[in-house]
Design a protein around this ligand. Structure first.
Ligand code: ZN
Length: 141
């Protein structure tokens, strides 16, 4: 436990967003074990923000600007095309990452940094609890 925690602390990237940290604190308080910056299966240069490898649940908390949030994308007027192109590339990569994870049997949850941490954790817990003990059941009722 303490080893895993200190490992997570060490690997904490400096670009972690405030909302992601709030979500992690809530998860930690609930005793959930997660990994941060976990490599995407088949694409080790990409990483999952918060991963539950045992349950194959991947959570991304995307920055509003870089991921093209409809509410908060204040694209600078200067070099607008360049910014828009960068954001489009990010979004295309997001979709590609989702597809890779789905192909590997992972469930992907994506949130934006403006989403309340409590709401994010609530949705995560629903998915994680739903996957509990259902691994061999498939779609059978
Ligand atoms: Zn936003």
């Amino acid at each position: 436990m303490s080893k895993a925690v200190s490992g997570a602390m060490r690997s904490m990237p400096e670009h972690s967003t405030g909302p992601e940290m709030a979500v992690r604190r809530l998860l930690f308080a609930r005793g959930l074990r997660y990994r941060v910056q976990y490599p995407v299966p088949g694409s080790p240069r990409r990483s999952i923000d918060i991963a539950f490898p045992g349950k194959k649940v991947a959570v991304f908390i995307d920055g509003c600007f870089w991921h093209g949030c409809a509410e908060h994308r204040n694209i600078p007027a200067h070099n607008r095309d360049w910014w828009q192109n960068k954001i489009d590339q990010n979004r295309a990569r997001d979709r590609d990452t989702d597809e890779k994870l789905c192909a590997a049997g992972w469930l992907v949850l994506r949130f934006l940094e403006h989403d309340p941490a409590e709401m994010i954790v609530h949705k995560m817990l629903k998915v994680i609890n739903a996957s509990n003990g259902n691994n061999s059941m498939g779609d059978t009722p």
